[in-house]
Design a protein around this ligand. Structure first.
Ligand code: MCA
Ligand code: AMP
Length: 457
């Protein structure tokens, strides 16, 4: 999978740059070799975990895991104890520390590290934790084969090559920043500039360093569109790509006006990787996510006579299952073996897909992060003052959706509850607003009627 590390594209001192620190492929391979040697010394382990800060250490850990054939569980660096404990317990992963200055225990990295795995393997490479509509996050098991298939299909769709310099500042514990943003660079041989944080200024600065291919979630793009000088710096780029949530049409138009580029949108999920995308050099339509990638087949499960319905798909990029949850894995597929995305889509006459909504209001996308309402509700209910909690996502100009918590509680402030969630789970899962109510509206079965919450006083 790590073609760039075999030397076929040559090497350079700044092949990989993360948050201002740079490394050559040889240095990365040396540090990753040390991680691989440590993992081998642990004996048989199910998986290992690394706190996935935006750093060369995280890159070395993930590459080291691939070299050693041990799946990596990247932990969100801001995960509070509840979330961290859940992930470690559920995955059985051994937490490790990485010292980027350490090298494999032999003089030359080339002889010290195991052969760079070229073969496509069904073995698990990554286990990424992601929220469902209810309960705690599940581990999504991704194989080398699935990741490789996806990266090759994307390289084809975006004409992504060793000539590119990839720029982004996305978190390294999700598909977007880690699989596309790190492994994609190491497969295609494009230089990587990870900006540490995805600010407009950092993206503009990377343009001066030769940035050609830019990744962002819609919140990142809308912040760039609101910073005309930074946006103008991207005029020399080859391709701007948006994903992880819907790119609002006004942001598309502003980017086109300020950068001269029509951003390509692509659609995916942790469980499926990226499956549908616009093409470099192809027609790009605002509000549309393009056509299925090589090897992917899609269908719309619509009611008779309707044109929109759940998007379902099959293909080589799909996950191997939810770790230790065969029932949940089975439930994610139809009887005839198609993956149910839970997203509502329509397909134009020429095969271009549009994502028009989600089947469940309990799945929130805020800043490109997928957040299950149930997980936040459970965290709130763990607070001794909270009797009832119902969480929804409401439209937000910056984040796409913002998390709003409706709670029945006394003797506690909204800010205290926000901090409670931010410290127990992750900062990005905190409600941006807490509204106190007398009771959560429920139907005769006792099921919360969340759609009624916004109609209240
Ligand atoms: C604020 N902060 C707090 C609190 N309030 N900390 C603790 N307790 C509080 N109550 C602080 C934080 O510590 C942080 O501080 C600062 O607020 C900013 O946090 P936040 O407001 O959450 O950040 P933001 O600026 O709103 O973030 C916007 C973002 C981010 C950068 C766009 O949402 C982001 O990185 N999104 C990317 C998500 C992503 O990659 N999704 C891909 C999923 P400090 O400044 O000190 O840190 S993969 C996927 O979806 C599929 C496969 C696909 O299609 O890609
Ligand atoms: P995650 O598993 O965090 O990757 O979240 C996957 C979800 O993100 C999908 O089910 C969609 O709801 C949403 N998503 C990703 N890309 C797009 C896009 N381009 N347009 C609309 N929604 C998207």
């Amino acid at each position: 999978m790590l073609t760039a590390l075999t030397g076929v594209f040559g090497d350079r001192a700044d092949a990989v740059s993360v948050a201002g620190r740079t490394a050559s492929y040889e240095e990365l391979l040396g540090a990753a070799g040390a991680v691989a040697a440590d993992l081998a010394a642990l004996g048989p382990v199910r998986a290992f975990a690394v706190t996935a800060t935006p750093s060369l250490e995280t890159v070395a850990a993930v590459v080291g895991g691939l070299l050693a054939g041990v799946p990596c569980v990247p932990l969100p660096p801001d995960a509070g104890p509840a979330e961290r404990d859940h992930i470690l317990r559920d995955s059985g992963a051994r937490p490790i520390d990485v010292d980027f200055a350490r090298r494999a225990p032999a003089a030359s990295a080339a002889t010290a590290v195991p052969a760079v795995p070229a073969a496509v393997s069904e073995e698990p490479a990554l286990i990424l934790y992601t929220s469902g509509t209810a309960g705690a996050p599940k581990g999504v098991v991704l194989s080398t084969a699935a990741i490789t298939a996806d990266l090759d299909a994307l390289a084809d769709a975006w004409e992504w090559s060793a000539q590119d310099t990839l720029v982004h500042g996305l978190p390294l514990f999700h598909v977007h920043g880690l699989v596309l943003g790190v492994l994609g660079a190491l497969r295609t041989g494009s230089r990587l500039v990870h900006t540490g944080r995805p600010t407009p200024e950092a993206y503009a600065q990377a343009a001066a360093a030769g940035g050609s291919l830019y990744f962002g979630v819609p919140t990142v793009w809308s912040r760039i569109a609101a910073a005309p000088q930074a946006a103008a710096a991207l005029a020399g780029a080859r391709l701007l790509v948006s994903g992880s949530a819907a790119l609002p049409t006004p942001v598309f138009r502003d980017l086109e006006r300020l950068t001269g580029h029509r951003p390509v949108e692509r659609y995916g999920m942790t469980e499926t990787l990226i499956t549908v995308s616009g093409r470099a050099g192809g027609e790009v339509r605002p509000g549309a996510v393009g056509t299925p990638l090589t090897g992917i087949r899609t269908r719309i499960a619509a009611e008779p006579g309707a044109e929109i319905g759940e998007l379902q798909l099959v293909g080589p990029t799909l996950f191997s299952g939810y770790l230790g949850r065969p029932e949940a894995t089975a439930a994610a597929f139809t009887e005839d073996g198609w993956f149910r995305t839970g997203d509502i889509a329509a397909v134009d006459g020429d095969g271009v897909h549009r994502i028009v909504g989600r089947a469940s209001t309990d799945m929130i996308k805020s800043g490109g992060y997928r957040i299950g309402a149930g997980e936040i509700e459970n965290a709130l209910l763990d607070h001794p003052r909270v009797q009832e909690a119902a969480v929804i996502g409401v439209p937000d100009a910056d984040l796409g959706e913002r998390i709003v918590a409706f709670v029945v509680a006394e003797g506690v402030t909204g800010a205290e509850l926000t901090d409670f969630v931010a410290t127990h789970l992750s900062v990005h899962k905190r409600p941006r607003e807490v509204r106190f109510i007398a009771a959560v509206p429920r139907n005769a079965m006792g099921k919360p009627q969340k759609r009624l919450l916004l109609d209240g006083p």
